[in-house]
Design a protein around this ligand. Structure first.
Ligand code: 5GP
Length: 208
């Protein structure tokens, strides 16, 4: 029986490590990962088409008009969006797709896909977050401050999420496994197994 794919939204404060968690999940368990589009400039080492599709603002706005995104949002001076086609194709093929997006986007996804699984990843404290953001060395002091302010705003919406996973210092493995377990458990939810329930009922009746 072909099971339908699920959307898994992974959000988290900038510096919480959600990128590493998502990439590890994809590598280890074969989930599909949506590559977002953004108008921000690539950071050192980021590859176009792999980390993001880097676009000019005009191209991004045009795609909005063409209904090319399942969601998009503005985050600290730039646009970010989830291209529609890839996600729809993957779901259609029965695959589980991870979207690594911020909170406004997560809320939009939940409205369109009520069975999407919303997971928030956090660092244990604001100090650890700031240390990670500064240590990354890719952002100016001003940008680090902006991202910390944005984190404070995002903290207000954490309760919208269904799961909260803490990425403790040096315990990435635990965090990855917790997220995987959540996805696995969700796949057994009765509401998601209605096809199997129907089949069982029919075959049991037939064997009476
Ligand atoms: P960064 O600039 O650090 O790569 O990403 C900034 C924020 O934008 C992160 O919270 C990231 O999860 C979020 N983001 C990345 N892609 C998308 C997207 O397609 N849609 C939305 N709404 N947020 C995104």
């Amino acid at each position: 029986m072909k099971s339908s794919g699920r959307l898994v939204v992974i959000s988290g404060f900038s510096g919480a490590g959600k990128g590493t968690v998502s990439k590890t999940l994809v590598k280890r368990y074969g989930y599909s990962l949506s590559v977002s589009m953004t108008t921000r400039k690539p950071r050192e080492g980021e590859v176009d088409g792999k980390d993001y599709f880097f676009k000019q603002k005009e191209d991004f706005l045009r795609l909005i008009d063409y209904n090319g995104f399942i969601e998009y949002a503005r985050y600290v001076d730039h646009f970010y969006g989830t291209p529609r086609k890839y996600v729809e194709d993957q779901l259609e093929a029965g695959r589980t797709v991870i979207l690594e997006i911020e909170v406004q986007g997560a809320i939009k996804i939940k409205k369109q896909y009520p069975d999407a699984i919303l997971i928030f990843i956090t660092a244990p404290s604001a100090e650890v977050l700031k240390k990670r953001l500064t240590g990354r060395g890719t952002e100016s002091k001003e940008l680090v401050e902006k991202r910390m302010r944005r984190a404070a705003e995002e903290a207000e919406t954490i309760s919208t999420y269904e799961y909260l996973v803490c990425n403790e210092e040096g315990r990435l493995e635990e965090c990855v496994e917790q997220v995987h377990c959540i996805i696995e458990a969700e796949s057994c939810r009765m509401t998601c197994r209605q096809d199997l329930v129907k089949e069982l009922k029919n075959s049991l009746k037939a064997s009476e």
